[in-house]
Design a protein around this ligand. Structure first.
Ligand code: UDP
Length: 389
């Protein structure tokens, strides 16, 4: 049987799902995006003024431990090796971040080896408190007060718009602490950036005769009747017209800087001081060191709460938000003929490789359900059953 299937969102989730359904069924897949371009927040484009490849919604460095996912993206684009090496500009100087042996030795003015650094840091840490209940407690346990205040307090307050003690410890758990001189931002086995950016990668994923693309068009509940099934990768609360209230997201906005040569000498500098209004500055030609450009473009990145019209980036996921999400999740379970996926559809912070892995799994779950004459599941199985996960 051939039916019309709709997917809302031409970002990574929507594109990977569309491709898998197109390759493995006889259905016609119509992909909608309310923006005028594909790629979602991974979208990249050439700057008309300088020709530099810009990561329009902020820097994206692809990293994964999974060889199958690395191979999957390699099918559609050539990836260039790229290790993100970030420096933190602090009131006490400039240091490599994540905190590593060079950070520790320079910050404390010492020449420790790994074992000495570990023992020294232990004397600075607050180890009495038992299991950390929030970001701040975990930071004090792992890094001690001086490092916490210099590298994490101000940055986190700016990024999330609240006190770090009000955030879950899991946010800090994303950051490595290393007692060697490895200064790469991520630990993943495979890391890179597509030679020509993410938009050609996603264009190649969507390039299939059974996929029809409709840009500048949003898909609403009213369109349900036109399709056999509909997949929604936009914000789940928007699908339900925010009927239960708005889920909170952080968004970012950018201030452009342009000049000759090298503006800051590195792809990303984090500004950890609370009194500097932006969180970081990214200079985009440094994300494509295989290209030559005389001019340069950089962006100061500011973080704020999402208001009407802003693009949602990071789900806030504090307790109240998770409760509200679980109410939307119950509504979604009642919604016939519609599934939700992706970072915004499932209200979780997912890296690009996780988004791809989940879309691949979800397409298999969906195809299996259809072949058993069952409806597609409402959410990816990988999301788990815990409403507060
Ligand atoms: N963080 C910080 N200082 C830094 C970099 C990160 O305090 O220089 C904190 C911040 O709260 C951030 C968290 O560590 O949300 C995790 O860092 P990551 O780079 O994973 O942030 P994200 O990908 O969420 O932007």
């Amino acid at each position: 049987m051939s039916a019309r299937i709709a997917i809302a969102g031409a970002g990574l989730s929507g594109a990977v799902l569309a491709r898998q359904l197109a390759e493995n069924s006889a259905h016609c897949i119509v992909v909608f995006d309310e923006r005028s371009h594909i790629g979602g927040n991974c979208h990249t484009e050439r700057d008309p003024a300088t020709g530099i490849l810009l990561h329009t919604y902020g820097p994206h460095i692809f990293h994964t431990d999974r060889e199958d996912i690395w191979r999957y993206v390699g099918r559609f684009a050539e990836f260039m090796p790229f290790l993100n090496r970030v420096k933190a500009v602090t009131p006490r100087g400039v240091f490599p971040i994540p905190v590593n042996l060079l950070t520790l030795n320079q910050f404390f003015g010492r020449t420790f080896n790994p074992a000495e650094a570990r023992a020294f840091l232990a004397t600075r840490c607050d180890r009495g408190a038992g299991e950390a209940r929030n970001f701040e407690e975990l930071a004090l346990q792992q890094f001690g007060r001086e490092l916490y205040e210099t590298f994490f307090y101000g940055y986190t307050k700016k990024q999330w718009g609240c006190e770090p003690r009000d955030l879950p410890a899991s946010i800090l758990a994303r950051m490595p602490l290393r007692f060697n001189y490895d200064d790469a931002y991520y630990n993943s086995r495979f890391q890179g950036i597509p030679r020509d950016g993410y938009t050609p990668l996603i264009r190649a994923i969507l390039d299939h005769p059974s996929i029809e693309l409709r840009l500048g068009e949003s898909l609403t509940r009213a369109a349900r009747g036109d399709f056999h099934h509909l997949f929604f990768s936009g914000p789940i609360d928007a699908w339900f017209q925010h009927s239960l209230g708005r889920l909170r997201y952080r968004t970012v906005h950018f201030q452009r800087l342009e000049g000759e040569g090298d503006l800051q000498g590195n792809p990303v500098l984090n500004y950890t001081d609370e009194n500097v209004p932006y969180t970081r500055v990214h200079e985009h030609k440094h994300f494509a060191p295989w290209e030559q450009h005389q001019r340069s473009v950089a962006f100061q990145e500011f973080s704020k709460a999402t208001e009407a019209g802003d693009s949602p980036y990071y789900p806030v996921r504090l307790l109240d938000d998770k409760k509200l999400f679980s109410s939307y999740r119950n509504l979604a379970a009642e919604e016939k003929g519609v599934s939700f996926l992706g970072r915004l559809g499932t209200y979780r912070y997912l890296n690009m490789d996780q988004v791809i892995a989940e879309a691949l799994d979800f397409s298999r779950e969906t195809l299996q359900a259809w072949s058993d004459n069952r409806p597609a599941p409402s959410f990816p199985h990988a999301m788990g059953n815990s409403v507060l996960s």
